[in-house]
Design a protein around this ligand. Sequence first.
Ligand code: CA
Length: 439
Amino acid sequence: MTTLNETHDSNLTSWVESANGGDTDFPVQNLPFASFRRRNSNEAFRGGVAIGDQILDLAALNKSALFDGLAGEALAAAAEPRLNRFMAMGKTSWSALRLALSRTLRAGSSAQEQLKHCLVAQADAEYDLPCSIGDYSDFYTSVYHATTVGSLFRPDNPLLPNYKWVPIAYHGRASSIRISGQQFPRPSGQTRAPDASEPTFGPCKRLDYELELGIFIGTGNALGQPVPIDDAENHVFGICLFNDWSARDIQAWEYQPLGPFLSKNFASTISPWLVTLEALAPYRTAYSHPAADPQPLPYLSSDANSHEGAIDIQFECLLQTEKMHAAGEAPARLSTSSFRHSYWTVAQMVAHHTVNGCNLQPGDLFGSGTQSGPKPEEAGSLLELTNGGKQPISLPNGETRTFLEDGDTMAIRGFCEKPGAARIGFGEVVGTVLPAVTQ
Ligand code: CA
């Protein structure tokens, strides 16, 4: 696992003033990667690194020939429109570039004059997917989410017996994953009311969000070669926020026996910035199953995973209705939670996904599954917050919601903070529901 090094020093400051002061998501200790260009321009997308309210343009930096050796090679790859080649290079290269970026962005760096001309304001930027996503698998790692949702779909049998043994997942669809700012039409499909004998077709009536993390694979593994748990994190490039929009009524009718299909693959939205596992090193925490639960099988267990397999990433879910937007009212907070509650770790997800010989490739995406915490107010979806649509939630302007309505905008924010470490954030993932397409 990643150990702390000079790039994590909480005393470091940057010559980019907006990166200092503790209230930014992007201090010099974070240094996440994205693909960006100036908004409404014909520029090519290229790699960038967030620093305060600015983006360090990696294509411009690459032209300066400031970095050499491993960091220089990594920079050339990270400057491309998609980060796949950089992600495939592996941890030593990612780390070399991070160190070089940290040193040149620090206060007092002699490279300041040269780098000043490589900055683009985030306010002037637009983003693309950071990499080509070949495959997307969606896990189900919150036992609290699984139990609550299970009790709504199957009151007599909420948590299936395999849950505490297997990091459950299904293969999702990559083609409909878009970057933050996505607007998509409400999906239509087959649904069946509980008391009806036949289904009907029409726009989804129970449209929901799912608070998840997106976990991006860096280096892949050869087909037929499982990744041992203690090598698993070497294959993970970084983490973003992920809203896996879900059509609950379509899901309820279609999901047995093969799992979700059209209820999940119409839209999924990721935040633009990939925060590297190295940046998250100060926020690692111990991981365990409760003593009364089955303990993970040997291929899902290691001392390192027990010691620091979990990551304390805090979340906030916010809703802004069309009416709130028109009135200039701020989004209302629906819930807060943390990834530290996850029943399975990132390393266990990688070890499990590959244990049968399945090959992961650079740019593959895992969804963590909805990250609900132990308390009801820590739920990561409306399905849970409204008890299956039975208890509407009230918004500050008097509106109520059971599920999402047309014009609703959801935002998810994420950050890590604790005494003695620099606060780092993920930015946010935002998406808006449009009316259904008429047929
Ligand atoms: Ca999901």
